[in-house]
Ligand binder design. Structure first.
Ligand code: ADP
Length: 286
């Protein structure tokens, strides 16, 4: 090869690479879109029969409680045992159908967010109100586990621009996880202003997360830790959804943790956040 050929070869090579990666990118985007559409369709189709399964199971449960149990006068142990078994099995069908419903709703929610098909309702709001609403919605979880909720919200926090319902969903997700993975102690909801951001932290005294797993928890369907223990089952989609919501507000989300001591999930929303999105939305709409 002389210098010219080498140079020529090189140029051809670069052109080829650029064309291929453009085509590849387009193809990957198409595949990604197909995957999202497929997930949405399947999820929609699953939701209808599941609603029937859940509805009819609840009717069976009600009939058992209101009609069958009061009527059983027999001392026949076999009949009693069978009815108890039916009751227990219906409980399992109800709780598993509820879990599946949550999973389907989460898959739909996340795929819509990823495809940019969610309408964000950005408005000026106080994160203190978001925390109040989220903690009220989760009081029963605290009662069930006998955990203490501590609220530590800095006074006079400025307003941010955000989608209230989606931010409440984020805080509820983080609090539910904190309660789920904590057997004793406290869950603290903290909010304070740090420079140009409002930082919200959900701090628990639970099982914690090992260093290697810290980043993985924000990936889809990732459930970390000892899978052999009978740890509460979830969908592995809660944190990826929180991440999408926070990032839509121009913010970031992260976790710090010490195994055996507890975890702190934090997210920061820039004070001017959402303005950019609102302006973009106005431009698109007009
Ligand atoms: P899910 O809770 O439905 O499993 P998430 O996406 O919310 O899904 O969480 C993913 C995983 O991250 C959990 O399964 C758990 O292993 C870990 N995790 C989340 N929050 C906590 C927490 N507060 N303490 C310990 N582990 C947690």
């Amino acid at each position: 090869f002389n210098g010219e050929n080498e140079l020529g070869g090189c140029i051809v090579h670069i052109k080829f690479e650029a064309k291929t990666s453009l085509e590849e990118n387009k193809r990957l985007q198409e595949l990604d879109q197909m995957k999202s559409d497929f997930l949405s369709t399947v999820s929609h189709e699953l939701r209808t029969p599941l609603t029937s399964v859940l509805g009819f199971s609840k009717i069976i449960k009600k009939r058992l409680e209101e009609v069958v149990f009061p009527e059983i006068k027999t001392d026949d142990k076999k009949v009693n045992r069978a009815v108890r078994q039916i009751n227990d099995n219906v409980d399992i069908i109800i709780s598993e159908s509820q879990r599946l419903t949550t999973l389907i709703n989460d898959v739909l929610d996340l795929s819509k967010m990823e495809a940019g098909k969610i309408e964000w309702k950005m408005e000026p709001l106080f994160l203190e109100e978001v925390i109040d609403r989220a903690t009220s919605a989760t009081t029963s979880l605290f009662e069930q586990k006998g955990l203490e909720l501590i609220k530590d919200v800095e006074e006079g926090l400025p307003q941010i621009l955000g989608d209230g319902d989606r931010l409440i969903q984020t805080v509820i997700n983080l609090i539910s996880n904190a309660v789920k993975f904590t057997d004793s102690g406290t869950v603290t909801c903290r909010a304070k202003r740090v420079d140009g951001e409002v930082v919200v932290g959900i701090i628990d005294t639970g099982i914690g997360i090992a260093g290697d797993d810290l980043e993985k928890v924000f990936e889809k369907f990732k459930q970390v830790g000892d899978t052999l223990t009978d740890k509460p089952k979830g969908t592995g989609l809660g944190l990826p959804i929180c991440k999408q919501i926070v990032e839509q507000h121009g913010g970031r989300i992260w976790v710090e943790s010490e195994p055996g001591k507890g975890s702190t999930f934090s997210f920061a929303i820039p004070l001017q956040s959402g303005e950019k999105n609102i302006i973009e939305k106005i431009n698109v709409d007009s």
